[in-house]
Write a protein that binds this ligand. Structure first.
Ligand SMILES: NC(=O)c1ccc[n+]([C@@H]2O[C@H](COP(=O)([O-])OP(=O)(O)OC[C@H]3O[C@@H](n4cnc5c(N)ncnc54)[C@H](O)[C@@H]3O)[C@@H](O)[C@H]2O)c1
Length: 288
């Protein structure tokens, strides 16, 4: 059974050199060190891919989710809420990098529906929960933070065909979910600039969670251009964990999608510049 309400043993990451990967060569003269990484949302679609990739590379992974995370030993398999500040802080003990993925999913039924999940899900998980995560990281002293944002924060630019969209363009969120991700990015910026933390916000493309979403992407060429395969997502977050955070600005925004089928919609250069990461796959690879 996964540990419920307990954090796994802390600080055992050590500095064992492990296998080299091209995207991280250059950090500490080419040797990749084993990292202890906390992944929130570790049982989710992207979380499972990130955990798997980090484990393959030899890192020590602590999962944190409302439900158990497949593939992690009980001691590192924390079942808990983002609202539990004490549990978060215990989970972060000895952690080098934090990958914050846990969030309530999008609210694409809004508008026009009167009902939406802002107060019931988005506010507690994406706003208050993200604050609890960042503040626990500050208190514990986690230095390298990677936050899962979304391309939806600049969705409006796609309507104008103003592409490829770069990180410097103004926010144009379409839905309330995207508004919570604007908050997340700005939360990260505040903590990066006020405290000794490096925060990277990554605007992810579309990694489908179920057959319905796969069918939606299959029917829409533009969605195929912002498709993100689980494999590329896992390698992206692993590169962000392994790259030297001091080599990038205290706060930075990058995009992460797989290779476009027709047209490059998001600027992928910053991710290559700061993390040495490039996508390797293309729709529909990995979509099953
Ligand atoms: N999948 C995509 O296409 C996509 C695109 C852009 C951004 N994102 C972002 O990437 C992240 C991961 O997305 P995903 O597709 O893996 O989502 P997912 O819904 O599959 O997984 C999210 C996980 O977070 C957990 N979680 C939610 N609220 C929580 C809380 N309050 N406390 C603890 N755990 C909680 C859930 O149990 C779930 O396992 C999210 O932040 C999402 O907003 C995803």
């Amino acid at each position: 059974m996964p540990a419920s309400g307990t954090a796994g043993g802390a600080g055992s990451g050590g500095n064992r050199p492990i296998r080299r990967y091209p995207e991280a060569i250059g950090f500490l003269g080419g040797a990749i060190m084993v990292k202890r990484v906390l992944v929130t949302g570790s049982a989710g679609r992207i979380g499972r891919a990130v955990v798997a990739e980090l484990l393959v590379r030899g890192h020590m992974v602590v999962g944190y989710d409302l439900r158990p995370t497949p593939g992690l030993p009980d001691a590192n398999n924390i079942v808990g809420s983002l609202l539990n500040a004490d549990l978060l802080a215990r989970a972060m003990a000895g952690v080098d990098s934090l990958v914050h993925l846990a969030a309530a999913p999008d609210d694409s039924h809004f508008p026009p529906a009167d009902d939406n999940n802002f107060e019931s899900e988005l506010l507690p998980s994406n706003v208050l929960g993200s604050y609890r995560v960042m503040d626990a990281a500050r208190r514990v002293g986690v230095r390298n933070i990677i936050l899962a944002s979304t391309g939806q924060v600049i969705d409006g630019h796609l309507d104008d065909r103003n592409t490829p969209i770069t990180a410097g363009m103004p926010y144009r969120p379409r839905y309330l979910y995207a508004c919570t991700k604007v908050f997340l990015e700005m939360l990260g910026r505040v903590y990066a600039e006020q405290h000794a933390m490096r925060v990277l916000a990554v605007r992810l493309g579309w990694c489908p969670r179920d057959a319905k979403q796969i069918a939606e992407i299959a029917a829409d060429p533009e969605s195929q251009d912002v498709y993100l395969s689980p494999g590329d997502a896992g390698r992206f977050f692993a590169a962000a964990v392994e790259a030297d955070p001091a080599a990038r600005p205290r706060w930075a925004v990058v995009y992460c999608t797989s290779l476009p089928r027709q047209q490059l919609l998001y600027d992928l250069e910053p991710a290559q510049k700061w993390l040495g990461w490039r996508p390797a796959e293309q729709w529909p690879t990995g979509a099953e």
